[in-house]
Design a protein around this ligand. Structure first.
Ligand SMILES: [Zn+2]
Length: 357
């Protein structure tokens, strides 16, 4: 357990945030698809007693509830405080006053580790405009995948190669066969890849792909493929009529040029830099901090889910009385804005998942 310090203990309840990062506990709600072993391996954890092979997502610093499957999803901190309650008790400390003024007391970001133990169904998420118009929700769900591990030849699918007329999309969704997947761009991935998935773009993650995922903080999905995954149609289309739900889908085409603009190699970053294409910045930021012996890296103060993706070293927070946290691949830390700038020393790479600036 990290040492607990608060600037003025008399003014804050004892469970309130500290100037040091907190290690995030495993938060793996049951999902309809298989996976989760790579999460446990990455985190260096034994399988919990309730591990049933259907724990493919670890929701990190989540203030978001599951939409379709009735579970929870909200992060509970080590001291038993639910994250939304911790944020509400001291928003400026956790999120920074500029963020609170612009976005209110929510991070506006959901970060996950996702281990696809089987191919995920083809689905899409509404963009902000559709969510506001039809779902009474201020967020859509643009997401991004930062590939941490992948079986050789593993792949993802993103965007229709050719434009699909409305009737043809409806027909493919009605048929529930393999033609929907076949109409998408198939992309082989390897560790180091990063892809932005704009709201509206249909997609699927293939078996054997392990990603760090950033999303707008909703659980709104249009499950274009649902029958073979045993999903009820009522849950597949967000409670909307099928034609209305399908209006949220980008019918393409997503061309090779369009696709290239959505891709990066996060392993190409030396020192500090962005893991994701610039278009992501309107929704969230994923900053790579990579330290090498004799070449430390630094990052600005921010609410961040810091995921150690390679190596080992020391993460330093705060300026007046800096606090050093030993870190190694698989560690997942929640760093409040109030912890101040971060420094990284050693031979280690951290990806800081942060709200949009
Ligand atoms: Zn998705």
């Amino acid at each position: 357990m990290p040492e607990t310090t608060v600037s003025d203990p008399t003014s804050l309840p004892t469970h309130l945030p500290t100037h040091v990062p907190s290690r995030l506990p495993l938060n793996t709600p049951h999902r309809f698809y298989r996976g989760g072993e790579r999460i446990l391996t990455f985190r260096g954890l034994e399988a919990p007693a309730d591990f049933d092979g259907h724990r493919p997502e670890d929701w990190l610093a989540s203030t978001t509830r599951l939409f379709a499957e009735g579970g929870d999803g909200v992060t509970v901190l080590d001291d038993g405080t639910r994250l939304p309650d911790a944020l509400a008790a001291d928003p400026d400390h956790w999120l920074g006053d500029a963020h609170v003024a612009a976005h209110g007391v929510e991070p506006g970001l959901l970060t996950k580790l996702l281990d696809a133990g089987e191919r995920l169904p083809v689905h899409s998420h509404p963009d902000r405009a559709f969510a506001a118009a039809h779902l009474d929700c201020g967020h859509g769900k643009t997401e991004a995948w930062i590939v941490l591990d992948a079986e050789p030849g593993a792949c993802v699918w993103l965007g229709f190669r050719d434009e699909l007329p409305t009737e043809e999309l409806a027909q493919l969704v009605g048929a529930q066969d393999d033609r929907l997947l076949a109409a998408l761009n198939r992309i082989e991935v390897s560790p180091g890849d990063a892809l932005l998935v704009p709201g509206g773009q249909p997609h699927a993650i293939g078996e054997g792909v392990f990603v760090l995922e950033l999303q707008e903080p909703t659980d709104l999905s249009v499950m274009l493929e649902h029958r073979r995954f045993g999903l009820e149609e009522a849950h597949a289309f967000l409670g909307l009529t099928v034609p209305r739900a399908l209006e949220s889908v980008d019918r393409g085409p997503l061309t090779p040029e369009g696709l290239a603009a959505l891709r990066r190699r996060w392993t190409d970053v030396a020192g500090a830099g962005h893991a994701l294409p610039g278009e992501a910045a309107a929704f969230f930021r994923a900053e790579v901090l990579s330290a090498a012996p004799g070449a430390p890296a630094t990052g600005e103060a921010s609410f961040a889910v810091a995921v150690v993706v390679a190596g080992e070293g020391v993460l330093t927070t705060g300026t007046d009385a800096p606090h050093a946290t030993s870190v190694a691949r698989g560690d997942v830390l929640l760093v409040p804005h109030g912890a101040g700038p971060v420094g990284l020393d050693g031979d280690v790479t951290v990806i800081r998942c942060m709200p949009s600036a």
